[in-house]
Design a protein. Structure first.
Length: 289
């Protein structure tokens, strides 16, 4: 079954593989390559594979073989997978020695983009795998978040929200990868002002079975407590407090709104370094070029 987001991504895949239906890629060009000579795509963003699903695929391959050839490119020693790593892994599990493959010529940028686009169409891709895929495109292909969003048909906030997941502590990433935390819960945790408390709040979320809304209320209370004004400071209205919390959730950092007696005011958005500032500016749709 295709991923619900695969329609826009599929056009990218089709553009890259537009010549796959040409005569030179007919079944007569399929070769049986030794599994021992094949290596995974070095730019594969997927870090986790469902072992149960692989075992089911391996059982099918053991009985009926591989119907759809994998696609590889020749490397200095052997071959590198362009698409079909699950079939490759399952074939090894099934005890196969060879696998049907089509050999193509692709440079490193194309290899990377194909790996990312193919994986983004899979339903079982974890949020962290998806985040890593976007990060790979940005760092390896030197793209901006805006360029990635345009290329994949996603909004810039969508890309930015996934990239923020990569800043979570390792323990929280593990909870997210094992589906003990949802994407919504993980995003909400990032709005916690005291980042040192994220681990503890994540554990409480799992232990108490907190919903996203319950977690939001808890974090809003914690953030409000830490940002409690001094006695000399005028108490902020519920509207300003709510606005601060909404903006903090949007930008993933502390936000302070100050208002004078004449109704004027200012908004302060914290950032940790230049990279964090660039992330915030992109969320604000500020073109730095």
């Amino acid at each position: 079954m295709a991923n619900k987001n695969s329609k826009g991504l599929g056009r990218g895949i089709d553009a890259i593989f537009k010549d796959f239906e040409s005569p030179d890629l007919s079944l007569s060009n399929v070769e049986e390559l030794p599994l021992k000579d094949i290596r995974p795509n070095p730019y594969q963003p997927r870090k986790t594979f469902d072992e149960e699903a692989l075992e089911e695929l391996a059982a099918s391959i053991k009985n009926t073989g591989v119907f759809q050839p994998i696609i590889v490119r020749q490397s200095v020693s052997g071959y590198e997978i362009i698409t079909g790593e699950r079939r490759f892994r399952a074939s090894k599990m099934a005890g196969k020695e060879t696998i049907p493959a089509i050999i193509r010529t692709f440079d490193d940028p194309a290899m990377m983009e194909i790996a990312v686009l193919e994986n983004l169409q899979r339903e079982d891709l974890t949020p962290l795998d998806e985040a890593q895929a976007y990060d790979t495109l940005i760092k390896k292909l030197k793209l901006t978040q805006a360029e990635v969003s345009k290329r994949l048909g996603k909004s810039r906030p969508y890309i930015a929200n996934y990239l923020r997941l990569l800043t979570l502590p390792p323990e929280v990433k593990k909870l997210l990868n094992t589906n003990k935390l949802s994407m919504g819960q993980a995003r909400t945790l990032l709005s916690l002002k005291d980042k040192k408390k994220i681990n503890a709040v994540a554990k409480k979320t799992v232990a108490d079975g907190l919903t996203v809304r319950q977690l939001e209320r808890l974090i809003n209370q914690m953030n409000a407590g830490e940002a409690r004004p001094q006695h000399t400071e005028k108490k902020k209205s519920p509207y300003l407090r709510a606005s601060e919390n909404q903006l903090a959730g949007r930008f993933g950092t502390k936000v302070n709104i100050a208002q004078t007696q004449r109704g004027k005011g200012k908004i302060e958005i914290d950032f940790t370094d230049n990279s964090d500032l660039t992330r915030i500016l992109e969320l604000l749709d500020v073109d730095l070029n």
